[in-house]
Design a protein around this ligand. Structure first.
Ligand code: H79
Length: 458
């Protein structure tokens, strides 16, 4: 929507004005990010009114993401809002949702408090357009999930869209009684302060009522959402709770497409960078998290069974960890309140792998090898280097290019057999590890290299 030049201009503004103000003191930032960085794997939950039509409107399938149906099917505000009366997710079970995340090895959940559609999935006094007041269900899923998270030791977090297709303070891109196109909306002249106030009231409720570990903003590209407005909200949040982590999408103008220029900024506008639907091959410097769909939609679409395989999902998680980033994997619960079986099944399979191989993922740092590895990926924790081998060698020798390593490798073993040394020898700039002929795991087997104590590493 914006040209590269105008984005560069925005970046220049950010560098000069926003960055020094937004950047938290280094030590505090590091401490605040600690739980999140260790977590490595989270669950995105995209749930809202759009889960009711589930990708169909007037009996016809609507192309695009399920949660974009209001925009894609050109549904008028009033007609769309009528769906609240049919939203009765009686099968919703917060304990079970959190248990699924936990069994998948996910350490945090991020649920849509309000998506672009503008419907609030929590009890708010700022509008009646919320799940407690406007649906026959009358319950607050965010309250129930926050409680279940606390009980099960999973971090509760919330997603919040700045773009709001229902808001009277925002005008549709193409307002029309018959064929509205909402995206991108713009703030109506003279209403920006009112909308910012609305956002602040809701964030205050979210922070006070549910104590989220992080706020995941989105939809910040709307017209009139200036860096100054974003800053105001940013400081408002920090005053309420300085420990809340904030992603990089609160500030208008900088989009996820700008990763190529982000590394040049010491501190992005927010606490971490959010690539969407792709994994930067060699990772990124600093804090980052790839969010991704498990099929081809975020919000539930009936009949979308285009699920990624367990192998793809696990390799994605490993790929993120090896680049020093998190993987935020999405589920799209149905209008009746269940997480689709095909999604649950895949998550549980990931959890089984993590149960035996989690040491290679949680609390690790990016690969110490300055290059891609032919056999898979690497992560590290202190003096241990984990090799997640997705292409097991056929002839019993794993060849590790150690040229970039400053340390000597003194021992190797399989993560699942920690007491049994694997023979190793140095050959030129490589360490050759003698491994069994058969891979211990069909998808990714972890070989641990132990480096000599006291050298390098974190
Ligand atoms: O919540 C998920 C998405 O709904 C939201 N971000 C993730 C986390 C998101 N908002 N915008 N985008 C993602 C960019 C994608 C825009 C698209 Fe479209 C929506 C592509 C197809 C539908 C609008 C219509 C832009 C292009 C056509």
């Amino acid at each position: 929507m914006k040209s590269f030049c105008s984005r560069l201009a925005v970046l220049a503004v950010l560098l000069c004005a926003v960055v020094p103000v937004m950047a938290a003191p280094k030590v505090e930032h590091t401490a605040k990010m600690h739980w999140w960085q260790k977590a490595r794997f989270g669950m995105f939950i995209t749930w809202g009114l759009y889960s009711v039509p589930a990708g169909y409107w007037d009996g016809k399938p609507v192309p695009g993401f399920g949660e974009w149906i209001m925009n894609a099917a050109h549904i008028g505000r009033q007609r769309y809002a009528q769906m609240a009366k049919q939203f009765d997710p009686v099968k919703f079970n917060a304990t079970q949702w959190v248990a699924i995340a936990k069994a998948a090895g996910m350490k945090y959940i991020v649920i849509t408090a309000k998506h672009h559609e503008g419907f609030c999935m929590f009890h708010t006094k700022a509008t009646r357009y919320n799940i407690v007041d406007a649906t026959p269900w009358h319950k607050d899923p965010l309250a129930l999930l926050a409680k279940a998270c606390r009980r099960q030791g999973v971090r509760f977090c919330a997603y919040y869209s700045i773009m709001d297709w229902h808001s009277r303070d925002q005008a549709a891109w193409h307002p029309s009684a018959v064929r509205p196109v909402y995206n991108p909306t713009h703030l109506i002249a003279g209403r920006a302060a009112a909308y910012t106030g609305y956002v602040e009231r809701q964030l205050r409720e979210i922070i006070k009522q549910y104590h989220p570990g992080l706020l995941w903003f989105d939809g910040e590209w709307i017209g009139g959402w200036t860096p100054a407005r974003a800053m105001q909200v940013y400081h408002y949040i920090r005053k309420l709770d300085p420990t809340v982590i904030i992603n990089d999408r609160l500030c208008g103008g900088v989009k996820w497409a700008d990763e190529s220029i982000f590394p040049k900024v010491r501190q992005p506008a927010g606490n971490y960078i959010t690539p969407e639907q792709h994994i930067p091959p060699g990772g990124l410097p600093g804090y980052w998290e790839t969010c991704m769909t498990i099929n081809n939609t975020w919000g539930y679409k009936r009949g979308d069974h285009t699920y990624k395989s367990v192998r793809t999902l696990l390799v994605n998680l490993i790929h993120c960890a090896s680049g020093g980033g998190n993987y935020l994997l999405n589920v799209g619960p149905t209008g009746s309140g269940t997480i689709p079986k095909g999604e649950v099944r895949r998550l549980l399979a990931m959890g089984r792998w993590l149960k035996t191989n989690g040491a290679a993922i949680y609390g690790t740092h990016r690969s110490p090898f300055g290059q891609p590895l032919t056999f898979g990926y690497a992560t590290r924790k202190k003096n241990k280097i984990y090799l997640e081998v997705t292409r097991w060698p056929r002839h019993g020798t794993l060849s590790v290019p150690t040229a970039g390593l400053s340390e000597r490798i003194i021992r190797a073993y399989l993560l699942v057999q920690p007491k049994q040394d694997l023979p190793l020898r140095v050959s030129g700039s490589k360490v050759l590890v003698h491994v069994p002929n058969n891979a211990p795991d069909a998808i990714a087997s972890v070989v641990v290299l132990q480096a000599a104590q006291g050298q390098g590493g974190k």
